[in-house]
Design a protein around this ligand. Structure first.
Ligand SMILES: Nc1ncnc2c1ncn2[C@@H]1O[C@H](COP(=O)(O)OP(=O)(O)OP(=O)(O)O)[C@@H](O)[C@H]1O
Length: 370
């Protein structure tokens, strides 16, 4: 599947942006603030149906306009799809060949993997970024993941509102009962996805560092005791729960932390509080990784995502690279460029084309912005 046409109306800095005859490799070139990142974000909103900047609809609409409309024509040997994403303040809607669809329906149509300099937060930033990145991947790969995430988040919001209002324990316990199954299922989906992804990340990392460094990872459920979670941030640990064991551990942790949740006025147990830890040569990357190691790890994560989408969805994801070439040294750039040589539709932004090897530029459509 390939994007063949793009059109944005009243999106970010674009009153209108149109691109036809889109090929396998498009390079957006322009000075700072010329709309390069906006273009990549628009394509991500038409594929992953999320924004890597975490932007709300209101921020995506051009200043002074009422709504933004993003469109893509996506072609494969057998399908001709007209995808539309309409953004209004506080609301978004989607159309596929003129028929109204939910975001959950659209997320798996044509997955994408985005890599931007901000992705360094995946290693050193708050846990929320790692969970969000894993969920965005999971949502593009599985409708169940999308629905579980949506349902689970609704219940957590409801529970947090009750905790803020000081609701009584019986009411909170009934919400906990509703929460248990989606919480455990989301955990099981996430941890299985992470197991798959982490094997690929380890291989990609070893290849980027030519086998000189080793990366290990752990997915730590929120229901573990504080002492176990501490230990899991100092050394890689593996947790294996089946559904029944996970339900029991979840219920026990809720019981044990009920007073803490009431005092903090928010839900503390559940997949929204699970942790993902990375270790380079046995040391926690969030605490000890150098800038270069962080970049290698994020690059390995992205390479792993591409491979996993190919394996699980059976399609090549669209690859969106926002201004990353200038951040990478020669060996990491080489690892990335080897992806570009594969059969994968790619959009890249850059302020200058000097970072790209000649054979890459020869087959690129260069779009000058600004
Ligand atoms: N909702 C909006 N309406 C109008 N303009 C916007 C909106 N959101 C962002 N912009 C503007 O879009 C411009 C281009 O931003 P963008 O991030 O795409 O630049 P860029 O080409 O990637 O720049 P850089 O090379 O510095 O990263 C910015 O000047 C920003 O102020």
């Amino acid at each position: 599947m390939r994007i063949r046409e793009l059109r944005f109306d009243e999106f970010r800095s674009y009153e209108r942006f149109e691109l036809g005859d889109v090929g396998d490799l498009t390079v957006f070139v322009g000075p700072n603030a010329s709309g390069k990142t906006n273009a990549v974000e628009g394509i991500q909103l038409l594929t992953a149906f999320g924004s890597f900047r975490g932007a709300k609809s209101k921020e995506l609409i051009r200043w002074g306009a009422d709504q933004a409309v993003l469109r893509a024509r996506i072609l494969s040997d057998t399908r001709d799809l007209d995808v539309r994403h309409v953004l209004q303040p506080g609301h978004r809607s989607c159309l596929l060949n003129g028929k109204r669809k939910t975001v959950q329906d659209m997320q798996g149509v044509l997955p994408s993997v985005t890599f931007s300099p901000d992705d360094l937060v995946l290693v050193k930033g708050a846990q929320t970024h790692r969970r969000a990145a894993l969920d965005l991947l999971g949502c593009q790969l599985s409708r169940s993941h999308r629905i579980l995430k949506r349902d689970y988040e609704r219940i957590v919001r409801h529970k947090n509102a009750l905790l803020r209002d000081g609701a009584d324990t019986l009411l909170l316990m009934s919400v906990d009962d509703m929460m248990a199954v989606p919480a455990v299922q989301l955990y099981l989906y996430r941890s299985a996805l992470f197991r798959n992804l982490s094997a690929r990340i380890a291989r990609a990392y070893a290849s980027i560092t030519r086998g000189e460094e080793r990366v290990e990872m752990g997915y730590v459920p929120s229901w573990e005791d504080e002492s176990v979670k501490q230990a899991a941030s100092w050394a890689p640990m593996r947790f294996e729960y089946d559904k029944a064991q996970a339900l029991e551990a979840f219920a026990q942790a809720l019981e044990a932390r009920r007073a803490e949740e009431a005092a903090r006025k928010r839900a503390c147990v559940g997949p929204h509080a699970d942790r993902i830890e990375f270790f380079i040569d046995g040391r926690n990357a969030a605490m000890y990784a150098s800038q270069g190691q962080q970049r290698s790890l994020v690059l390995a994560w992205k390479i792993a995502e591409v491979g996993l989408v190919r394996e699980m969805a059976g399609v090549s994801p669209v690859l969106l690279l926002d201004d990353v070439m200038s951040e990478l040294d020669a060996s990491r750039r080489h690892a990335l460029v080897s992806l570009l040589r594969q059969d994968i539709q790619t959009f890249i932004t850059t302020t200058e084309t000097a970072f790209f090897e000649d054979d890459i530029m020869e087959r690129a459509n260069v779009v000058r912005l600004g």
